[in-house]
Design a binder for this molecule. Structure first.
Ligand code: URA
Ligand code: SF4
Length: 209
């Protein structure tokens, strides 16, 4: 049978807590089969900013929370460096189950395919519909393409403030790409520069937005 996508698992008129609960039982694509658990978004329901990553990593899969592993620690540091309160932002992922290949005892991250991103997009859209954020920050190509379409290129458009009908979007690189970069210091600085644009956008009074 063709994977049905997440839409049929989403309860009507749910709040975020109910959505999170329902997502535990999602079989919208095959990724639930091997992952430990669904990793839903986390953060305050009245957050002005929503951060969208790719998919949970190894540690997130075990702990059930987004961005709590090495990429999350780098993200925390960068947010603190620009003065964005991590506890005030809602953090989620384009895909809510960990996709990996096993190499011996290790589980190696495998990038989700378009089918999985599309299957899981109903959860992301349901989160965004309830949160109605002012600003969406996409971390990496998968998160950005989930919101801005499959032809969006982070490499040429990072740091740009993009208006959509529902919210403004700023895309930047994924924090794990900073961890892998040959020049980590430069990559970190560039990441922080993009987050500074996010900070500025949030600081603007409503009339200028
Ligand atoms: N990478 C992501 O994109 N999301 C997480 O939650 C962790 C690592
Ligand atoms: Fe459902 Fe998304 Fe998990 Fe696929 S990755 S099973 S669509 S929650």
């Amino acid at each position: 049978m063709k994977a049905p996508g997440a839409a049929m698992f989403i309860p009507e008129d749910a709040d975020l807590a109910h959505l999170r609960q329902a997502a535990c039982d999602c079989h919208g694509c095959d990724l639930y089969r091997h992952a430990t658990q669904t990793v839903f978004g986390a953060g305050p329901p009245d957050a002005d900013v929503v951060l969208i990553g790719e998919q949970p990593g190894d540690q997130e899969d075990v702990l059930g929370e987004p961005f709590v592993g090495p990429a999350g620690r780098l993200l925390d540091r960068a947010l603190a460096d620009v003065g964005i309160d991590r506890d005030a932002v809602y953090v989620t992922n384009a895909v809510k189950h960990f996709k990996f290949v096993e190499r011996g005892k290790r589980r190696i991250h495998k990038q989700p395919g378009r089918t999985e991103v599309v299957a899981c997009s109903a959860w992301l859209n349901a989160e965004l519909d309830l949160l109605r954020p002012r600003l969406v920050v996409c971390l990496g190509a998968i998160g950005a393409q989930a919101v801005l379409g499959p032809s969006f290129k982070v490499s040429t458009r990072r740091g740009e403030v993009i208006d959509t009908a529902d919210f403004r979007v700023i895309a930047t690189v994924h924090p794990s790409s900073v961890l892998r970069a040959p020049d980590r210091t430069a990559a970190y600085e560039a990441f922080v520069a993009d987050l500074r644009i996010v900070r500025e956008e949030l600081g603007k009074p409503a009339a200028e937005r």
